[in-house]
Unconditional design. Structure first.
Length: 288
């Protein structure tokens, strides 16, 4: 959900999704609670909102899962990065609840690499930006990161290279995403990527294979459900860049694990070879 006010200032990204398991009752409750936010609101779905009924309740209540509009010299775009899972449920004769259970798991094996933008939406994104001046700001909201952060947990979109081929034509792109439940900032070419906090709980950090981020961030304690949750204040500054301020419910952030200890000694990024770059040793000798 993205509250959208009349000025270049917004509270954005608390809830990663509106319904924990996609039940229409949960979605209706989320919509009812958000009525307290009096500004105009636009929505993009998370996987928890979608896979009980394949988005039927979502689209009935909140409209199309991707959209664009212009406001005060900025082109805003919302992407659907969650509805592109390959069908693993039909052949297994799963109930909607069973399908939702597998999609609600962080490292579920059946769902696989479900996060994507998809060919149809890629073509739409290309058309949407082709008419926009290359030097004017673009702000994109998506559930998943638009770069390869950690594929096994769908902390990416599998067609991120194609997405970035479209975005790299523009000089001022800010990507705002959820899903990771982490303090996260990265830059890919001219695109700045900001991860939103969750209102629910922080996710653990990937065990290996993550890229070195542009800025090291003070990491929260993923073992403490009350640490590192909150929302973000986003604003457009005088240079037409998006400023982000994390607003955590708990003012003091505790990080106890060595890998999550902060930026001072650069220990917050324990780097290992990226999984995608790992290659088996060359085969030597001859085959008889």
């Amino acid at each position: 959900m993205v509250p959208f006010p009349e000025h270049h200032r917004s509270g954005a990204g608390g809830a990663d999704f509106l319904g924990q398991l996609g039940n229409p009752v949960e979605l209706e409750l989320g919509a009812e609670l958000l009525k307290e936010v009096k500004t105009k609101k636009v929505y993009i779905p998370g996987e928890h909102d979608w896979y009980l009924d394949m988005g039927k309740a979502w689209e009935r209540m909140f409209g199309a899962p991707y959209w664009s509009f212009d406001h005060k010299g900025v082109r805003f775009i919302g992407l659907d990065t969650i509805s592109h899972a390959k069908d693993f449920w039909t052949i297994r004769k799963m109930t909607p609840q069973e399908r939702m259970g597998h999609m609600a798991t962080l490292d579920g094996t059946l769902g696989g690499a479900w996060a994507a933008v998809g060919p149809e939406q890629l073509a739409w994104l290309d058309r949407t930006l082709s008419s926009w001046p290359k030097d004017k700001p673009v702000v994109i909201f998506s559930h998943n990161p638009l770069f390869d952060y950690y594929a096994p947990w769908n902390f990416w979109v599998r067609d991120w290279r194609e997405v970035n081929e479209i975005l790299k034509r523009h000089d001022n792109v800010t990507s705002v995403h959820g899903h990771v439940h982490q303090v996260l900032y990265h830059e890919i070419g001219k695109m700045r990527s900001i991860g939103m906090l969750a209102t629910s709980w922080p996710w653990p950090y990937a065990p290996k294979g993550v890229p070195k981020l542009t800025k090291c961030m003070v990491r929260v304690d993923p073992g403490d459900y009350f640490d590192g949750v909150g929302w973000s204040a986003l604003g457009m500054n005088s240079a037409s860049k998006v400023d982000n301020e994390y607003v955590m419910w708990r003012k003091d952030v505790y990080a106890t694990a060595t890998a999550d200890s902060g930026c001072g000694d650069n220990r917050n990024q324990v780097l290992h070879p990226r999984l995608a770059d790992a290659e088996p040793p060359p085969i030597t000798g001859s085959v008889k």
